[in-house]
Design a protein around this ligand. Structure first.
Ligand SMILES: NC(=O)c1ccc[n+]([C@@H]2O[C@H](COP(=O)([O-])OP(=O)(O)OC[C@H]3O[C@@H](n4cnc5c(N)ncnc54)[C@H](O)[C@@H]3O)[C@@H](O)[C@H]2O)c1
Length: 670
């Protein structure tokens, strides 16, 4: 019998949870770790959490592990089982390096490892990919067991994943998904934030975010692309060219850090304020911002110069965003497009910093005088909103970036409520989905389609870029006026993608396409695989898409028939994908906006050049987009009515119920 240290990568995977206890691992301080979670379990519940964790191990190991796991629970608030973290490098490998009997399962292993890659994952040792709590698994035993099952499965079995826990392999058939994932599915009454804390600590559920728990995260590329599309369409919304015009926002963090890069791709002048000097320096070193400015007068002068010279430039202001809005108001610097991406979903614990207090002092106040900190945050929010209002009165277009800015500002008593509120339009300003992404993209079926070249070869990615570009250029010639702009933007994006060096982790690409675009690109890939021009390709998408997500303040915020608080669309979507040929499907509670606030789902689909893959991609991709368009059409969204009628013409077996529109004057007079 070989010892664990001499096993090859394949043998490690096939071994699963090792028979002998591996040595204890040191807690590595150089790695970015998840914060200590709050103490939530009673002593009795802690014993239950231990019992739950020990289920994965032989009884003779329980004595040692029980003590160790209790220490983890007390020290970190969770049982991660650090000792079982594998020694091999955590990264996606070329598909041929994975053990197993089934190509689809090997592709899923590749995607799982990519989500845990140190260059990709936020807290790799805690199995968190992004968003602070977006877990792929809750502990290392789940990872080891899942990889083992995947290495054993045939294409007549399905692996069932209950919130990170591999329940097992069940007999199915070759057209069934190889993996079905649920994350955080709760009885609705048990979906408060503390329920996540408690049931996650007990080891019976996890927060999957969107693409973390569904093995579909592709690093920062997705957010750069989405932000670019938002900035471009934001300028269109106001009828201006990005060139020589100003975009003001804040935050250089996980997602917000994409704003200056996106501003540069769009071609405008971007000012992005950030209070944290470390993060600002990281973004400067990374090349995601061009210049760092610490003085407001200097900032005003530099912005005026950049506007006059029509420069494409991103300027980071190291300081509070409120000071920028106020200073630009005093100095009459016209802001064309304005937003905010501080972390206001988390306002009292570092998501939003108050003005007139240094970063260090604010951190002290947060820990030592939380009541005063809250007061200062709310005072700043009132100032922030007031300054924005001054600008919008002078013509600035401001939108909420899905970060709860308007919600928290309203709670702080800021002047952000609409003078003429209507259902779904309660605030003075729209959210980015209400005005931009929803009506301009999602209603027409355009959303974040993505793929990964499982060979791991950059040449394959370059070839797929060229194939996708050719398909889109051909489609554009036949496209109606309504979607010409989307086609142009994405052709431009894919042409610049190689140059923009967006790959981190697996060889992945994202672009926005509608159902027809996604299907034609996928078909062309499958053909190229069959001819041996490229290797296996994994298709997928972000959950933040046309049909995948029901979220009343984000993805479905431009649904005004009252149904934005329902989740039928997301549930139908995952069910429909699963019997139309997806290789894996997932459905999650939470993601982006919080536990209990959203239901979101996604899929992965392996293309291997076969006829079966060709059949599945047509059937599933058509449904995966048109389900959401049908729902948006029924909500009376103009673009979606247009798009579903077009889809019905292209596919006669599609018959969707189309709404009759009522003359509002008739109702007003009742
Ligand atoms: N980008 C998107 O498409 C998108 C979509 C939906 C929601 N969001 C939301 O955007 C928010 C930001 O996400 P993130 O991952 O970047 O978070 P993050 O916490 O990593 O970054 C936010 C940054 O804002 C800075 N900041 C806080 N208060 C500030 C102030 N007053 N002035 C200047 N800087 C300040 C913080 O120091 C931090 O670096 C979240 O609430 C997220 O849910 C983003």
């Amino acid at each position: 019998m070989e010892t664990t240290t001499t096993l090859s990568f394949k043998q490690h995977i096939k071994q699963g949870i090792p028979n002998e206890l591996p040595p204890v691992k040191e807690y590595e301080t150089t790695i970015n770790h998840a914060p200590k979670r709050k103490e939530i379990l009673s002593d009795e519940e802690k014993r239950l959490a231990l019992q739950n964790a020990l289920r994965y191990f032989k009884p003779e190991q329980h004595e040692i592990l029980a003590k160790e796991f209790l220490a983890e629970l007390n020290d970190y608030g969770r049982i991660y089982m650090y000792r079982f973290r594998p020694d091999y490098e955590m990264k996606s490998r070329p598909i041929k390096e994975y053990p197993g009997k089934c190509k689809q399962a090997k592709a899923i292993m590749l995607m799982i490892q990519n989500n845990l890659d140190y260059a990709v994952a936020q807290h790799p040792h805690e199995l968190i990919t992004y968003g602070g709590n977006g877990g792929v698994f809750s502990n290392w035993a789940q990872y080891l067991l899942t990889m083992k099952y995947l290495s054993e499965m045939t294409d007549k079995q399905t692996l069932v994943m209950y919130s990170g826990h591999p329940m097992g392999l069940f007999p199915s058939h070759k057209d069934a998904p190889r993996v079905v994932v649920t994350n955080g599915m709760m009885i609705p009454n048990y979906s408060q934030p503390d329920d996540w804390e408690k049931f996650n600590a007990l080891g019976v559920t996890q927060y999957g975010q969107m693409t973390a728990g569904s093995y579909m995260y592709i690093g920062p590329q997705g957010i750069v692309h989405g932000t670019t599309i938002t900035v471009l369409n934001g300028f269109r919304k106001i009828g201006k060219e990005p060139k020589g015009n100003l975009f003001v926002t804040s935050g250089l963090g996980g997602m917000s850090g994409a704003q200056p890069k996106a501003g540069n791709i769009a071609g405008c002048v971007t000012v992005c304020a950030e209070v944290n000097p470390k993060i600002t320096q990281v973004r400067l070193d990374q090349g995601w911002i061009d210049e760092k400015i610490t003085d407001l007068d200097e900032l005003v002068a530099r912005v005026n110069q950049a506007k006059e010279n029509k420069e494409t430039v991103s300027l980071a202001y190291l300081g509070n965003i409120v000071d920028v809005w106020e200073k630009f108001d005093q100095e009459n610097v016209h802001i064309d497009l304005g937003s905010d991406q501080t972390s206001l979903h988390n306002p009292w614990a570092g998501g939003y910093y108050p003005a007139d207090i240094s970063f260090e002092d604010a951190n002290d106040m947060m820990a030592n005088e939380p009541g005063l900190f809250k007061e200062k945050v709310q005072e700043t929010l009132r100032r922030h909103a007031k300054a924005i209002n001054q600008h919008t009165a002078k013509g600035t277009y401001f939108f909420d970036y899905g970060n709860a800015f308007l919600l928290e500002a309203s709670r702080a008593g800021a002047d952000v409520m609409s003078d003429n509120p209507t259902i779904g339009r309660e605030f003075k300003y729209p959210s980015y989905v209400q005005d931009i992404m929803g009506p301009m993209c999602f209603d027409y079926g355009f959303g974040p389609f993505r793929w990964v070249c499982a060979s791991g070869k950059p040449e394959d990615l370059a070839k797929t870029d060229a194939i996708a570009c050719k398909v889109l250029e051909k489609l554009k010639k036949e496209s109606p006026e309504e979607i010409q702009q989307q086609m142009t933007d994405n052709i431009q994006w894919i042409k610049g993608a190689q140059e923009n060096k967006l790959v981190v982790g697996s060889q992945a690409r994202i672009l926005y396409a509608d159902a027809e675009g996604r299907m034609k690109i996928a078909k062309a890939f499958n053909k190229a695989i069959k001819k041996g021009k490229i290797g296996t390709v994994v298709l997928g998408r972000d959950h933040h898409d046309v049909s995948g997500t029901d979220s009343p303040y984000r993805e479905t915020s431009n649904i005004y028939d009252g149904s934005r608080f329902t989740a039928d669309m997301a549930i139908h979507n995952v069910i429909g994908d699963s019997f139309r040929g997806a290789t894996w499907v997932s459905i999650h509670n939470g993601g982006g906006v919080g536990w209990g606030e959203v239901v979101n789902g996604g899929f992965g689909m392996v293309l291997d050049g076969s006829k079966d893959a060709g059949r599945r991609l047509e059937s599933m991709l058509f449904w995966d987009v048109n389900n959401g368009i049908a729902r948006r059409n029924w909500a009376r969204n103009e673009g979606a009515i247009f798009a579903i009628e077009r889809a019905m013409k292209s596919e006669p077996s599609l018959k969707v119920t189309v709404p009759n529109l009522v003359n509002n004057d008739l109702l007003a007079n009742l």
